[in-house]
Structures are given as C-alpha cells and as structure tokens.
Design a protein around this ligand. Sequence first.
Ligand code: AMP
Length: 428
Amino acid sequence: MKATFRSIEGTYDILPTSRRAVRRSEAWQHVEGVIRDMMQRFAFQEIRTPVLEPLSLIARGVGEASDIVTKEMFAFIRGRTHYVLRPEMTAPVMRAYLQHHLEQHPGEQRLFYMGPCFRAERPQKGRYRQFHQFGVEILGAIDPRADAEVISCALEIYGALGLTGTTLRINTLGDADSRVRYIEALCAYFAPYEAKLTSASQQRLQKNPLRILDTKVQAERALVREAPRLIDYVDSESRAHYEAVKALLDEVNISYTEDPHLVRGLDYYTRTAFEIEGAGLGAQNALAGGGRYDLLSQSIGSSRSVPAVGFAAGMERLLLALEAGGQPWPAAGVVDTYLLGLGEAAAPVLFVLAHQLRRKGLSVIQGPRWRSMKAQLRTAHRLKARCCVIVGDNEVATGQATAKDMAQGTQQLVSFDALPDYLLSYLR
Ligand code: AMP
C-alpha cells in the first residue's frame, strides 16, 4: 500500500518496533518510569498544563527578544484569541501557580512535568519541532537549598539511568539591577567590534545583548572569552546565595565548572543559572538547563513576587545520550501467555480463557488458529511469552489444555477450569 501522508518534518512517531531508542516506545516507558520514581523521592508532584497557551503569556514570560518568541513559535489566531503551542513549560507552570493561588497551600510548591513542547527550529539530530521536556519547579522558595536540590534531582535522574559523561556548568546572574549594569558593560565592550559581528549578533546587541554570549561563531567566541564577567557585576546578596549553592553541591560531591559567561537564552532568570551537557550528542549536547527565575511572576503581570527555581530537560536528547553511551535497555517481555489454538473448535474456548486470564491480571494474546503449531510457537518466542496454552480439537473434547513452559520446553495437561489458577501460581 502506498503511504500517502508522512509525519511533519521535525516530528516523528514513537513505535513499539523501532530499532532506535529515541523512537521506541519501550525505551520511553523505561526512562519515564525512572524519572517518575526519582520525582517521588524528591517529593515533586505532577502538574499537567494545556499544550495551548495564550500567546502573550509566552511572549512576556519567555521574553519578547528571545529566539523562541521572535522566530520559533507555532502561533495562530482563532476568533480574537492568539494561541501558541507551548515552547517550554516554566511560564505555563507559573501561570497555573498564579491562576490557582497555589501559594495559599502551606510551604513551597514542588512540581514536576513531562510532556510535548513545540519550537519551529531547523530540524537536525537532537533538535525537533515537537520534542518532549521533563522538569521540576520549586515555587515560593528563596533558600539556596532549593537551587542545589533542583540540580541534584536532574543529575540523580541521569545517574539512575546509568548515563555517564555528563558535565554541569553553573553561574550566577545576580538580581535585576546587576543584570542592567552588566548589560551596559557588555554593550560598551562589544560596541567597538560591532562592524565585525555577524548580523545576528549585531541584532542581539540592540535587542538582547546577553544572547551574544551564546554565539557559536569561532571569531565571536574569542571576543566573548575576553568580555566582562557577570560575577564582577553581581550584588552581594546574590553572591552569597551563589556561594551557598556551591557549598551544598560540594557537600554531596557534585562536581561543576563555573562558567562566567553562562546566561541561558530565556529572559526571566536571576541568580543561579546552570546547564548540563551530555557526551556523544554532537552539536546539540545540552541535556538540561535551568536556574532561578524570581522575576517571572511579575513579568507575566502578577503583583506578587514568587521566588522560584527549576530545570527543564529534553527527553529525546536523554534517549540519544543513553544510546550513544551503549546503555543496555532492560529486556521487557511482551506477554505472559500465548494462547495457541488449532482449528475452529478452539476459538470460543480460548476467547473465554483469555477473558478470565486478563481479569486475573495476566497479559494474554491469542494466536491465529488457522496457522500451524510451528508458526504460532515461533511467534510466541518472538513475543517473549513465558507460557503457551495449546488447545486443539482433542483438548476441546477432553476439557484439558497443554500448558507449555517456553523457557524449559516442558509441558503439562491442565483442565480448562484449573488453568487460570495454575497459570497464575506458575507465572507470578
Ligand atoms: P531550553 O528551554 O531551551 O533550555 O531547553 C531545555 C532542554 O530541552 C534542552 O537542554 C534540550 O535538552 C531540550 N530541547 C530544547 N529545544 C529542543 C528541540 N528543539 N528539540 C529537542 N530538544 C530540545
């Protein structure tokens, strides 16, 4: 059959049968399970927000001058409403926090999320138009402990999955005033070189000078190395906060590199900023990024200041990194029991049996009873079935089925009535 439609460029299907982990549902389920387990250990509770958000939330929350807002949004108008497919989750989570007055609940809010995000970027390895992020946000927390906890949570997830070769870079962005002073110094520093900058960086110099620090252009990287360092403009409280975060990381032997030019692409960060990179990923090696964003609530229109810190991590990049590291995936069985029918009379008997076994909590599949025993056994092996129940005309006549242990090759006659309990005690 000729395939008429294909998935849109930069999006893809996750299938049970794909050889590549990033496209195989079983690999996703494994990784998601480890993430959920770790979230539980850190006492993060799940938040699920809509994929559609108001465009102005993202424009204000992420920053009018950011690449995401200027170039990468999937946005559209329906009636009078401007919508956007969410490009990230922090602004939506803060929206939900403010909308539902979550600050009225005692203590800090510890939330985690997992779900699809959308950015109209040029697709390449590790960069997609629909991708998935997981992450955490601790809202209402000023303590440096929260910053260190967020970093530790991301690294513990990678560790639990057996990922090696990750590196952590950290920096502090200071408060709003230190950012203003730093941006002034940065503009003064780059001004004499303006003519030599790429047109993209020239625009950034006008609109979002911090973004120049992220340049990938070699000649510009050399300039960035000599540029003023953020830390020299940071207020004393933010410095103390930064020192406290580093001391906590030291306590639990988390190693990091201090990167005085690490700024993150999004506008709402204050104080702590960090990025985690993975090995073997090529150009798109950022696994996760995050930091403190004490200014976000006010930049999306709230009169309340909500100190908060979190991280966002890419699922696809994590799967790619695990695959590049040669990580073996746990072998998952597909079914417990394969019901192998031979001939017409077996059909109703097996249908009833399947129904009973599923009610008992076993996973069951019925083979095509018009195919030979050999062909069906081959399928049972491929599905990694632990047990085969064989029912042909003889078995229907005697009311007994042959139960075959697929690993041992042994078999036994069991009456139909006794089969559910027999299989249950045998398989569990
Ligand atoms: P950001 O919000 O840009 O800091 O992204 C957080 C993480 O999401 C990054 O470190 C990546 O792992 C992942 N990510 C961001 N954009 C994409 C994309 N277009 N495709 C795949 N993963 C992405």
